[in-house]
Ligand binder design. Structure first.
Ligand code: NFS
Ligand code: SF4
Length: 651
């Protein structure tokens, strides 16, 4: 795709950098995507197996060639095994992140010299009570130690049920127990996928997917929820705050440091180190006016939520950020970090610094992070960046002068306080809004960028379509960043896109129509919001009853697959902008897009057009409204439901 092609991104800052990168002949993900075309059809349809070396085997989707692998595996078996392994990869990534946070909490609680502290006493007390720990007379450190140890145990637990899964409404728990997908231990469910999908073990596609669901639930209601909850204890619960987003948050005359990846442990310390007066003095001594720290991807969302640190961009902007030539150091930890970055950084003075023993990269300098010396190492990293700043001098630097205001920092608790007012926290106004038809429903839009889809187009177009139809939107991850860049997290600017009912709610309550709930592990916050809405009453007894839907319009990662499955298995209708790689497997596709709804109340749909996808979500929301016998929506809205549209055509 030539960067002259206007259709690569809807974000003007990214467009500008695409032009600039093209003129410097820099290679980006979009170029590599073009070079990859045509992509393998067998892979896209889920019909390629290389689980054993009798293969690789592939199934002919046209029915002419082989219909079975050498072992006899059919299309459905092959696609189900591949998909379950994707879930295992995604659940492992989120959960290993959660485990690391538990480890940091344990260190913070045990070592008085640790740079991390147990910050949120109220939350650690509540969690300890939830875990059945006697709290009376215990210090927050003692409680944190116990909660950290019990969280560790959730990973290795061999039988029983995960603790946070108990938060789910009874209906969800009943379905999970009945179909034997209630997760036992987080690691156990992931290992069991690997066992079952080994050659010659589980060869029933549905049975394979059910184990995939068990691991996915262990992610959403286990590993991810542990990551979110314990991060809140360590770093503080987010509260609504203002910040800025897009490449233009970098400054030509300051040391620009970008953090990229996922775990908040490192980025939290970099925030502290970058604000240290000594560091700022050092930067000034090198001729810089100060230090700008900004983030890419989900670690950006973590420090945005808690400190209001600006965001430089989402997944597909990681290379564009480097292409500005203005980055003195990009510090990466784990997940969603392109291995292409090191080579690109070499075109500039930029230092790429890897920090996790789990994730090393070509051409990166490795400064290993160790939480027992967290602040010292963070300072060492900041010093490395500062010392690199003078090397930028005289080089071509191009920072797009484009940035947007945003409000972020919502949680299941702060939404609650906002909606009900500080003195009478309650989800009542939200439920009432839906019951009376002022709000049509709620939607969660999450997930990545993908060069197969015009950058940010899926997220922003879908969000606007839902807002126009009086649907309150919650968001996380790279969607949140896309929406923020488009002004949708700026309450003033976003209201113009909202239907009348949504406008009234937002004005009365003082919330933006798109609520940023954090990073991808914080989708666990969305699960808690759904539980709270159900328990508030008036909208059914199950998450599956709610006039709500989910979507990932530009997803690309295995983590997104794990999320999709735990959300669907929690009762949410979920539309994916790219199909899961199952479409060559007819039986499996029917199971995921149809039959699974009878079991869990949620199902998948695939639709690449974000407007059409939004309409499918609206149809679902309307169906749920009528099942609940709710009043018709209060204000006539621009979208005509499918039946009406079809009838109009027929006439
Ligand atoms: Ni989620 Fe976050 Fe972005 Fe996708 Fe990657 S950053 S964990 S996986 S690309 S939303
Ligand atoms: Fe082929 Fe079966 Fe081996 Fe897969 S497991 S590579 S289908 S023989």
């Amino acid at each position: 795709m030539s960067s002259k092609d206007n259709s690569i991104s809807i974000d003007p800052a990214s467009e500008q950098m695409l032009e600039s990168a093209a003129s410097q002949e820099l290679e980006l993900a979009w170029d590599r995507y073009q070079a990859m075309l045509p992509q393998c059809g067998y892979g896209q349809l889920g019909l390629c197996c290389k689980i054993c070396v009798m293969g690789p085997c592939r199934i002919d989707p046209f029915g002419q060639g082989p219909q079975k692998g050498i072992c006899g595996a059919t299309a459905d078996i092959i696609a189900a095994r591949n998909l379950a392994r994707m879930i295992a990869g995604g659940a492992a990534a989120h959960s290993d992140h959660g485990r690391d946070v538990a480890h940091t909490l344990l260190t913070a609680a045990s070592d008085p010299n640790c740079d991390y502290k147990v910050i949120d006493e109220k939350k650690i007390r509540a969690l300890a009570e939830e875990f059945g720990i006697a709290t009376e007379g215990k210090s927050k450190e003692e409680l944190a130690k116990a909660v950290a140890e019990m969280s560790f145990a959730e990973f290795g637990q061999q039988h029983g049920e995960l603790k946070f899964a108990q938060r789910a409404p009874d209906d969800q728990k009943k379905r999970w127990r009945e179909h034997r997908v209630m997760p036992r231990g987080i690691d156990r469910e992931i290992v069991e996928i690997m066992h079952r999908t080994h050659m010659g073990v589980d060869n029933d596609p549905k049975n394979i997917i059910l184990q995939g669901i068990r691991a996915a639930l262990a992610d959403g209601w286990g590993g991810s929820m542990i990551a979110t909850e314990l991060s809140d204890v360590l770093f503080g619960r987010p509260n609504p705050l203002k910040s800025m987003v897009n490449l233009g948050v970098m400054k030509a005359d300051e040391v620009n440091i970008l953090v990229h990846g996922h775990e908040p442990t490192l980025s939290e310390m970099l925030v502290a180190a970058s604000q240290d007066p000594e560091m700022i003095k050092l930067a000034e001594s090198k001729g810089a006016k100060g230090i700008t720290l900004a983030g890419i991807c989900c670690t950006a969302n973590e420090i945005l939520m808690r400190h209001g640190i600006a965001i430089a961009g989402n997944f597909l902007q990681q290379e564009l950020a480097l292409s500005t030539g203005a980055v003195d150091a990009m510090i990466v930890d784990v997940q969603c970090v392109m291995p292409a970055l090191g080579e690109l950084a070499k075109c500039f003075h930029t230092k790429l610094i890897s920090t996790s023993p789990k994730a090393k990269f070509p051409f990166a300098e490795h400064i290993e992070f160790d939480e027992s010396k967290a602040l010292d190492i963070a300072k060492q990293i900041i010093i490395t960046a500062i010392e690199n700043f003078p090397k930028r001098k005289g080089k071509n630097v191009c920072i797009p002068d484009i940035r947007e205001n945003m409000v972020a920092g919502f949680t299941a608790e702060s939404v609650f306080e906002f909606l009900g007012g500080r003195y009478r926290p309650s989800y009542r106004p939200l439920n009432e809004g839906i019951i009376t038809g002022r709000l049509r429903g709620a939607a969660a839009i999450v997930g990545c960028n993908n060069p197969k889809i015009k950058h940010d187009y899926g997220h922003v177009t879908m969000t606007k379509e839902l807002l126009a139809n009086d649907v309150l939107v919650v968001t996380t991850g790279c969607t949140a960043i896309a929406d923020a860049k488009a002004g949708l997290l700026d309450p003033g600017e976003a209201l113009q896109y909202c239907g009348k009912g949504l406008q009234e709610i937002c004005r009365a309550v003082g919330i933006p129509p798109v609520l940023h709930l954090g990073s991808c592990v914080d989708i666990s916050r969305i699960l808690v919001v759904l539980c709270n809405v159900v328990s508030q009453g008036g909208l059914g007894a199950s998450i599956a009853d709610l006039p709500a839907a989910g979507a990932a319009p530009e997803w690309m990662s295995e983590k997104a697959v794990a999320i999709g499955f735990y959300v669907v298995a929690s009762g949410v209708y979920t539309v994916l902008g790219q199909p899961l790689p199952v479409q060559g497997a007819e039986g499996l596709t029917k199971f995921l897009c149809q039959d699974i709804e009878d079991i869990f109340g949620g199902k998948f749909a695939f639709e690449s057009d974000p407007v059409e996808a939004a309409h499918m979500m609206l149809d679902h929301i309307d169906r749920k409204r009528s099942e609940l016998k709710l009043a018709p929506v209060l204000y006539p809205v621009p979208y005509a439901p499918k039946e009406v549209a079809e009838a109009a055509v027929a006439v």
